[in-house]
Design a protein around this ligand. Structure first.
Ligand code: SAM
Length: 429
């Protein structure tokens, strides 16, 4: 099934076929991979190699060679810490290699190992398809959260919440209350939520329409941190009322371009009004889901996003899509809410708290692992605001209303949640 023209350890391997004749993943390949993984020790070895995200060289013939990666000895030390497998390691590695899951390359007296990215993608694709078809039968549980909720529950709650938020600002724009009613005396959003308040400098605030600032629901200021350069193409995932797209458009200048992507019609209407009021031409708002970005491969220099990825029920899909649309060397520069400690169970399955940017947030290490698994390099997660017990309670109350859904959790929440700036790079080809 896979070309394997190597000797016992060295050499390169052709990756598995991408799809079978019916258009889905190649069932024979996936089945062979699953058989090879049907052993806890091999699963541990494979998981360890996945977490290394080591670079590989792809030959013109589709062959894969590890450029770096742990040696067999290092795999053994790491995995044998969990289970003593020294004597059987070669056998397990051979099974993984024969199934097309990993490649091994002799370097002098050492042998480096790495996962074969296309095989990992094929496995992931198979299970993503299975998940989608069970969703179609109404059996889906949430990809990234509570088993009692579906991705659709979350999607609906998020869309409704942000549709209402946009309508409130549009109402103010159109209505007697005037367009500044969402702002305080300093021209900042009059917003009691500790996550979204005071994010922009007064200079930035003065440079965008008041309705864009009033609709700001982010948790950071990604354009200020993303080092945007004139001429670049930027994409904002979940652009809301458009504040970060308009700020980006200024930074990339007339030779650059800024896209905003959002799924909520009311937000897109508001963003388009703000664009027209700002009088900028190098901006376009797209309707769509961040899990399925409507832009071609390699078409974006920098992806920004402000407090949105935590809202997705399928974050791996978002990261895969971000990776796909970035050009090699392109940057991921995102503000998001992140848990610093494991999320309390009482919060995890709460849809209001998910839509309020709390329950869907990832644990810091999980965020990093997912980015690395997707293929990103240079991952860093820098705290920009750590929330005190009072802040976290206010954020929970703003999502659920007073009376709340998390009474008695003050201690657990103190310092557990932060806003962070997350950087990563798509490796240059
Ligand atoms: C918390 S608001 C942030 C808006 C904006 N980034 C800002 O800083 O003001 C979240 C926005 O993301 C959008 N959104 C949430 N999940 C989405 C998804 N899966 N696909 C597309 N847009 C999404 C919502 O419609 C909403 O406009």
């Amino acid at each position: 099934m896979y070309r394997n023209d190597a000797g016992a350890h060295g050499g390169s391997y052709a990756p598995p076929e991408v799809a079978d004749r019916a258009g889905g993943p190649d069932i024979d390949s996936v089945s062979a991979m699953c058989r090879a993984l049907g052993d806890p020790t091999r699963m541990r070895i494979y998981r360890f190699l996945l977490s290394c995200s080591c670079p590989v060289e792809l030959g013109a013939d589709g062959s894969v060679r590890p450029l770096d990666g742990p040696t067999v000895g290092e795999v053994c030390c790491t995995v044998a810490g969990v289970e003593r497998i020294t004597s059987t390691l070669s056998f397990h590695l051979r099974r993984l290699r024969e199934a097309g899951l990993i490649a091994m390359e002799r370097r002098g007296r050492r042998i480096a190992c790495s996962v074969i990215p296309s095989a990992a993608q094929q496995l992931a694709g198979f299970f993503a398809d299975a998940n989608r078809s069970s969703a179609a039968k109404g059996e889906q549980t949430m990809t990234d959260g509570s088993p009692s909720k579906t991705d659709q529950d979350v999607h609906d709650a998020v869309r409704q919440r942000y549709g209402r938020a946009a309508s409130a600002v549009l109402g103010r724009v159109d209505g007697a209350a005037g367009c500044c009613s969402g702002l305080d005396g300093d021209g900042q959003p009059a917003n009691a939520d500790p996550i979204t308040r005071d994010l922009y400098s007064s200079d930035e605030a003065a440079s965008v329409p008041t309705a864009a600032l009033a609709a700001s629901l982010g948790c950071g200021n990604p354009t200020a941190l993303a080092s945007l350069q004139p001429g670049q193409t930027v994409l904002d995932l979940g652009s809301g009322g458009g504040v970060d797209v308009l700020l980006s458009a200024r930074r990339v200048g007339p030779t650059g371009f800024a896209y905003g992507l959002d799924m909520t019609d009311e937000m897109l209407d508001l963003a388009e009004r703000n664009r027209a009021e700002a009088g900028v031409d190098n901006v376009r708002f797209l309707k769509g889901r961040i899990e399925d970005i409507p832009l071609p491969d390699g078409s974006v220099d920098v992806i920004i996003s402000n407090c949105v990825i935590n809202l997705s029920a399928d974050k791996d899909a978002v990261l895969r899509e971000a990776f796909r649309v970035l050009r090699p060397g392109g940057r991921f520069a995102v503000s998001d809410v992140v848990w610093r400690r494991p999320i309390p169970e009482a919060i995890r399955g709460n849809v209001e708290l998910w839509a309020g940017c709390v329950a869907g947030a990832l644990l810091e290490g999980d965020y990093r692992d997912r980015l690395l698994r997707t293929g990103f390099a240079g991952v860093s997660i820098e705290p920009t605001r750590v929330y005190t017990r009072e802040d976290a309670e206010a954020a929970v109350e703003s999502a659920c209303g007073s009376g709340g859904c998390c009474g008695g959790m003050a201690e657990e929440l103190d310092g557990a949640l932060m806003s962070a700036f997350i950087r990563a790079v798509k490796p240059a080809a």
